[in-house]
Write a protein that binds this ligand. Structure first.
Ligand code: CIZ
Length: 302
């Protein structure tokens, strides 16, 4: 099937199965375009909750589809590519977290949404990159174990008086980009504002005008008077930025900003997922309930 035929087939199957298609901001442009909504992981999970659809096709990586199931257990959640995992999320396990809690018994555990459902269930509260500082500062505990992203944890530590116990996790895509590459991009586009993701190294964040989540970058660019931006996050976001702001210019800060897992989902796989109803993501009920509490607590705070 060619691209047009696949788009038609997805449209037909979407109706037949009463499905909603959600695409993360890091997905391929054609996958974002065929989706009902593009957004960040939490935003999309909430779109799933408010939708009347029976099936959610989550074009993203596994922890995102898990969050959709955590918040919408009555719907069938499909992840088109079961191989689409998140190496950062896999850098924390329940066993390792329990051991860390024993080391720091007075600390609250704040868990970035990029984490497995079992780990969310073991945590006190979740956070996203846009609300991490607010969540940490709202806690009554003076000590926090921040999992699993060390860079985001370091960024939070710079904006709180609380003692942050860091975890040795990292996003290989964001971590690979160096301050030298940002300096080079700034030299190439001297009039541009620099927006980077807080999963980047602190030395990279120090060179930026703002550190923001993907949805945060979209909002910022819309409000800003600047016409040109250097973007320091996965390249998929540029599609949305250019589509929603055709009068502004966006440059990727480094060619290294590409996540191989996010690029696994193709139109062919989306069609296949709907046709064959695969791969169903379902979290065991006891874990789902506990993970939901950590996510709900975050929503209450933020
Ligand atoms: O939470 C998300 O969706 C991720 C992975 C990044 C972001 O900033 O939106």
């Amino acid at each position: 099937m060619n691209k047009q035929e696949l788009i038609k087939e997805i449209g037909r199957l979407r109706k037949e199965k009463e499905a909603i298609i959600l695409a993360h901001n890091y997905q391929r442009p054609e996958v974002q375009d065929v989706a009902d909504f593009a957004g960040d992981s939490l935003d999309l999970a909430k779109k799933g909750v408010s939708s009347k659809a029976k099936v959610i096709v989550f074009c993203g990586v596994s922890f995102m589809a898990e969050s959709a199931n955590i918040l919408s257990p009555e719907k069938t959640v499909l992840l088109p590519m079961i191989e689409a995992g998140c190496p950062l999320a896999d850098m924390v396990t329940v066993e390792a977290l329990r051991a860390k809690r024993k080391e720091h018994p007075k600390a609250a555990v704040v868990c970035y949404v990029n984490s497995p459902a079992q780990v969310k269930a073991e945590s006190d509260v979740c956070c996203t990159s846009s609300n991490a500082i607010k969540v940490v500062n709202s806690l009554k505990e003076e000590e926090v174990i921040f999992i699993p992203d060390r860079q985001l944890g370091r960024y939070v530590a710079e904006h709180t008086k609380k003692k942050i116990h860091l975890w040795p996790g990292f996003c290989a895509t964001h971590y690979s980009v160096t301050p030298e590459e940002i300096i080079e991009a700034k030299e190439k586009y001297p009039g541009a504002e620099v927006l980077v993701h807080p999963e980047c190294r602190l030395e990279v964040i120090a060179l930026a005008d703002a550190a923001l989540s993907t949805n945060g970058m979209i909002e910022y660019a819309k409000k800003s008077k600047s016409r040109e931006f250097i973007i320091g996050t996965e390249m998929g976001l540029l599609h949305r930025l250019k589509k929603e702001m055709p009068d502004k210019e966006f440059h990727l800060a480094s060619k290294k900003f590409i996540c191989p897992n996010m690029k696994l989902t193709t139109l062919k796989r989306v069609a296949e997922s709907l046709r064959e109803m695969k791969h169903i993501i379902k979290i065991p009920e006891d874990i789902r309930e506990k993970a939901k509490r950590s996510l709900e607590r975050m929503v209450e705070i933020s």
